[in-house]
Design a protein around this ligand. Structure first.
Ligand SMILES: *Cc1c(COP(=O)(O)O)cnc(C)c1O
Length: 396
């Protein structure tokens, strides 16, 4: 007999759980794409996205996922052979690096390892050593390690080096989860996608850019027509916003999600809710791992952890067995461990992740945590009891 009927829960770091309201907003007949409601909705969405990103700059929206937004950011800011400094803290900057190299950039990587944040002193030294670097790439939250980098400290390092490289930040996992202030933090380019904190099915990628970044765009000799910022941010006709047919139904969904985030909950409350929910996950994991328990958060220091995703180490116990049990028997899909081994090391099976981003309340999160605890018991993975009580205590 299987008890696992009912609604399956996705507790992975993206796509996040979509609000029914967002899905319902998409469930409609195709709109007129030449005039009327869709045109007004698009204008509202562009304004609201900038409110979420805390910028007076511009936003370009693409029909793509996060990888597309990465490519868009690079193809508007780099000429072939340009030097780039990339700051790795897990897995995700590495994906951006591969893309930059494929486009002909000369990338210098500083790798801070899978359990630590960016060290701004090393960034400052690398920039002082090479005045020709055009851009610094980094992630706000690395979704593999679940470290959250201190972006203002990276800006301070660039300024201390009196360097004019663009600061380009991947907020795909963090936007509308962790506090992010594009203008106040001196970020020149920010990339994101719609399927994590923005609670919309995968399919829209965005780049945000300030005037410095736009000035750089004008120095770039070859930009692909599809990724080009300029027609998208200053279209002569609506069609140019998306370099073709608009993502009609995604726009209805995203519009609804932005109403929920900005008009109903308020972005400051969204950030505070994610903080509180994250501290509940950490309380559970730290309790389980206490007194010789097998589990531990990948990032030791609470202040360095993302509030959208937690990477959990399982020691000598296979994380895949735990994920399989929790998914098949209990109805919760947990995140897989993602490439935190070194380039010459074998992949290990000692990591899983809990996504706690987007449309989430205590009922959903406590359900996930209780299922993880049940999995630890069933598979006899050593753990200290009291994780759920600790998770609950962190919420009240
Ligand atoms: C999810 C994610 C990506 C990749 O996004 P896709 O939509 O899967 O292409 C890139 N960077 C970070 C930090 C992410 O969390």
């Amino acid at each position: 007999m299987s008890l696992n009927q009912g609604r399956q829960t996705l507790s992975i770091p993206g796509p996040s759980i979509m609000p029914d309201r967002v899905l319902r907003a998409m469930h409609r007949a195709a709109p007129n794409i030449y005039e009327g409601e869709l045109i007004d909705l698009t204008a509202r969405i562009l304004t609201d996205l900038k409110r979420v990103a805390r910028t007076d700059g511009t936003v370009a929206v693409y029909i793509c996922n996060g990888h597309g937004a990465w490519e868009a950011s690079l193809s508007n800011t780099l000429n072939r052979g340009d030097k780039v400094l990339a700051l790795s803290t897990g897995r995700f900057t590495k994906g951006w690096i591969d893309m930059a190299r494929a486009l002909g950039a000369d990338v210098q990587e500083l790798d801070f390892g899978p359990r630590a944040p960016i060290d701004p002193d090393q960034v400052e030294a690398a920039l002082k050593a090479d005045p020709s670097i055009k851009a610094v790439l980094c992630v706000h939250t690395d979704t593999a390690s679940s470290v959250r980098n201190d972006i203002p400290s990276v800006r301070a390092a660039i300024d201390a080096a009196k360097h004019d490289a663009l600061l380009m930040v991947d907020c795909i996992a963090s936007l509308a989860c962790d506090r992010f202030e594009m203008d106040a933090w001196g970020v020149d380019v920010m990339v994101t996608g719609c399927q994590k904190g923005l609670m919309t099915p995968p399919g829209l990628g965005m780049t945000f850019q300030n005037d410095r970044a736009l000035a750089r765009r004008r120095e770039v000799e070859h930009t692909s027509v599809y990724w080009d910022w300029l027609p998208r941010i200053e279209p002569e006709i609506y069609y140019q916003h998306f370099c073709g047919t608009a993502p009609t139904h995604h726009l209805y969904g995203l519009g609804e999600a932005l109403t929920m985030l900005l008009e109903e909950e308020g972005i400051e409350n969204v950030w505070a809710r994610h903080d509180r929910l994250a501290s509940s996950v950490w309380a559970a994991v730290e309790t389980w791992g206490d007194k010789g328990g097998a589990l531990a958060c990948n990032i030791a220091e609470r202040g360095l952890r993302s509030s959208a995703v937690t990477t959990i180490r399982t020691g000598t116990h296979p994380a895949s067995a735990l994920r399989a049990y929790v998914e098949k028997e209990l109805g919760v899909t947990l995140g897989v461990g993602l490439g935190l081994h070194g380039p010459h090391e074998q992949p290990t099976d000692d990591i899983f992740r809990i996504g706690h981003m987007g449309h989430l309340n205590p009922h959903m999160l406590l359900g996930t945590l209780a299922c993880v605890e049940a999995g630890l018991k069933a598979l006899q993975i050593p753990h200290n009891s009291g994780g759920i009580e600790a998770a609950h205590a962190a919420l009240v």
